[in-house]
Write a protein that binds this ligand. Sequence first.
Ligand SMILES: Cc1cc2nc3c(=O)[nH]c(=O)nc-3n(C[C@H](O)[C@H](O)[C@H](O)COP(=O)(O)OP(=O)(O)OC[C@H]3O[C@@H](n4cnc5c(N)ncnc54)[C@H](O)[C@@H]3O)c2cc1C
Ligand SMILES: Cc1cc2nc3c(=O)[nH]c(=O)nc-3n(C[C@H](O)[C@H](O)[C@H](O)COP(=O)(O)O)c2cc1C
Length: 611
Amino acid sequence: MTGHHGPPVAIVYFSETGTAHSLADRLRKQLLRLHFRAFVLDAEDVGRVTAVLLGGGHDEQRPIVVFICATTGNGEIPRHARKLWKILLRRRLTPESCAGLLFTSFGLGDTAYARFNWAAKKLHKRILQLGGRELCTRGEGDESASGGIEGGYATWEPTLLYSLLDLYPLTNGLVRISDDTLLPPEFEVSILQPSESDVSQSRLLQSRVTPTTRLGNVVANHRITPPTHFQDTRQFKFAADEKHWESQDLVPGATALVYSQNDPAAVSALILSQHWDDIADNLVAVPAAVEKWATTKPLTLRSLLTYHLDLNAVPRATFFETLSYFSEGNEHQREKLKEFADATNDDYIQDRYDYADRPRRSALECLLEFDSVKLPVAYILEVFGLLRPRQFSIAGWSNGEIELLIAVVKYRTVLRRIRHGVCTKYISDLKPGEKFLYEIARPQAKPPPIDKPVVLVGPGTGVAPLRALLIERFKGNSNAPSMLVFGNRSRVADFYYESEWKTMTTAREEVDDNGVLTLSGPTCAIVACFSRDGNSTRYVQQVLKRDDIAKEVGRLLAHEGGYVWVCGSKGKMPRAVRSALEDAIEIATGENGGNAVAEMDKLGRYLEETW
Ligand SMILES: Cc1cc2nc3c(=O)[nH]c(=O)nc-3n(C[C@H](O)[C@H](O)[C@H](O)COP(=O)(O)OP(=O)(O)OC[C@H]3O[C@@H](n4cnc5c(N)ncnc54)[C@H](O)[C@@H]3O)c2cc1C
Ligand SMILES: Cc1cc2nc3c(=O)[nH]c(=O)nc-3n(C[C@H](O)[C@H](O)[C@H](O)COP(=O)(O)O)c2cc1C
């Protein structure tokens, strides 16, 4: 039985790397099966979203709103949604602004970050302040939990569905549309005529330049770790577009977003497996919302797959669900796909984890292994997510060139297969003179002022933005003290920027009994530790506990108005560093260090950028 009932349901997603969008579409399908008029809105679509949120009305036609909201940065709202967030924070909005709105939210976050799910919490609270009424309690997913984000979502989704059905039960003979029925895709791709243009790689690249993206010209791509060291780290320099020299974009903490592309051989393998050879170079039509990011001209099936779709992501339950509809002539594979699609049965969730997540099988590999699947082109955007640019902290800039410090991702899985990071592999293959697409993003937080002391903690490539800051302070003849605590595996292999630090500190060098190295100068000290050199002090958090260092750090932060900036990998390091800094302040003041750091946080004096 078909037909609609209840008010429309608008699912508004806030997403940095695509997960929230894919959950929004998963919810849309569940709601369509229950005959609700569900539709997905991108939080960037400010006009439509504000019309729904602030448009008023108490009638049956007023959409119910479900926010699916990820947190990014350090407890921040995803970038595409910041304009909307600013509007929602306007002072002239009142507790009546969202009156009559029924809403709820699901937050995507990670407890590895101190500000767990902050964006969703802030958003939910703000809509309540503006007079919105909760449809049901909000939900949360935690990437570090055993079931990941999907586990949290699978527990919350029934709460939402029951609340909706409580208010709007299925009547007049309506029954849930069975899972065996294929629903239309959110974004349909259709094949047009063959493309007339025979375009080169460089023309295609040029066609992707938009008001925000630019072409960078590679100047240098040096491996700075020895060839025998397992980690390949690159000093990557490129000539930037002039636009960036006239703007205020280049400040410490700014990042370059690098757009990569899939290996043409992988794209060809996909095309062959799906028998798309005859249409691979035909133009394709995509909805306007997709055209916004699929900017390559001409947009053919091949260019869509090469530049815009993520073939390497580890697939989620919905990927297997879509494939299950298109598996032909192999009942075993079809059953398996249905099992992997089941997000409610713990055994199947574990099976999918063992098949896809643990060995980090890519979406493309899964599709090739399930060779009974013949995917219609119309559904490719259901199966592959968007290939997103990766962010790299800008490590310095001069004379029209921007410098990055890039750790090339390469590892061996439990299946003993070698995997490469998509973007860092692409970058590592770029040669001087070649062009690539990039964008500059200004930092969310203001960098520390040049006249204030700074305590910088940046292990590994986390040192990149801190190096940019130190260069600016050095060039600006800052007299305020700067202390950088750096850590890595081995002094010989990966003490990044060692010679530069020596110039900045006049190279007075000391190594203590625990292997901690200090280069000190009149206003700048670089303290470094190396975890695999056999020393007892291995990590940056331990360095911060050394008596004299803790004392100096406590003095700078508690008595000199100093700033802290912690960068690098998420997880234990940022928490342990925070705790060490709290102790240092406590020693200096005799007062509660936790409160002092919380206060610094509020004042923008404690910056954290981890990934
Ligand atoms: C604000 C910000 C600044 C950043 N700055 C820098 C920087 O200056 N330098 C830098 O190098 N990076 C930086 N990054 C990280 C960078 O954006 C990319 O995430 C990283 O380079 C990997 O991208 P990729 O496409 O090569 O890898 P992907 O294809 O995205 O693969 C990465 C994924 O592979 C998996 N993986 C990686 N290693 C292993 C392993 N050993 N075992 C199992 N799985 C593994 C993980 O799931 C990881 O998420 C920054 C990130 C952010 C958000
Ligand atoms: C650079 C970065 C910063 C993050 N910061 C936070 C954070 O401060 N708090 C949090 O709860 N989760 C944080 N996360 C986790 C994301 O919210 C989580 O991975 C989510 O699934 C991403 O959803 P998306 O793909 O829709 O952006 C961060 C993730 C990344 C990669």
